[in-house]
Design a protein around this ligand. Sequence first.
Ligand code: ASN
Length: 308
Amino acid sequence: MIDLDIFLAELESPRLKLAISVQTKLISLIRQFLLQEGLKELLPVIISPITDPLTDYRVRSEVECYGFKYHITKSMIFHKQLAIKLFDRIFCFSPNVRIESEERKNSGRHLIEFVQVDLELRYANREQVIGFGERLFSFVLGKIAIEAEPELKSLGRKLPPFRPPFQRLTYRQAVLDYGDDFELKLSADLKEPIWIVDFPEEAREFYDREDPERPGVLVDMDLIYPEGFGEALSGGEREYRVERIRERIARKGIDLQAYGIYLDLAAKGLYPSAGFGFGLERLTRFVCGLQDVAETRLFAKKPGIFSL
Ligand code: ASN
């Protein structure tokens, strides 16, 4: 059952009003930066026969139309790889649905429906997208501190400085220093963001490119927010050669047929590329200094909780 009182209180919440006002400005700044950089904005794909496998490719929501089965987008990764055939640099404000485990209900960082700013750059390598991400975050965070000053003041938020280049830590080192679940502990120790690079193959999806010189190590990265806010951004270089993609899918134990359409398209040729995505609600949470990502949007859906 939906708790109508909680829902009605949300519609009168001054804090939510402030957060959404900041978010509106963030959306405008992100778009401004990306358009200035010459990226084309794609409209989001909501349903498709292919979507990101993520942790378990069988966990996905489906809709049936005209006898065809579509999946609700978990991320537009494959559409990004295809779209850069038309334009060399693209982005999208992409709504994603991910059926997270109920244990994540109170993580403060998970919503089953969220918006990801997702971008891809043809022929780019990791170094270039890291630089691009640093410029994007510095631009947006530098400007929002000024443009949303009244809202941030009312929320009692003082943003920490963002001075790129940010430090880097390998995944291996992060695990050695903080343990397997390093994200939050590391984040809590940080005063500035940090890049985590070189995820092992088993920690990521099949589309992140394997380093040819270091088998099992991927040419990818995450950006971690400081002050305990956790992951900001995730991305990397992509595997674009169909044989290697097929091998990686098989190594994951995924049924090749589930990605048949993607493999057939990849066989026609994909460009080398790199890109990343970042959650808009998580960015809003960080900028506003909020406890819970559910405080950044109306109709927020936490894992396991039925809501509007
Ligand atoms: N957007 C991410 C990327 O570009 C993929 C994801 O959301 N899982 O790598």
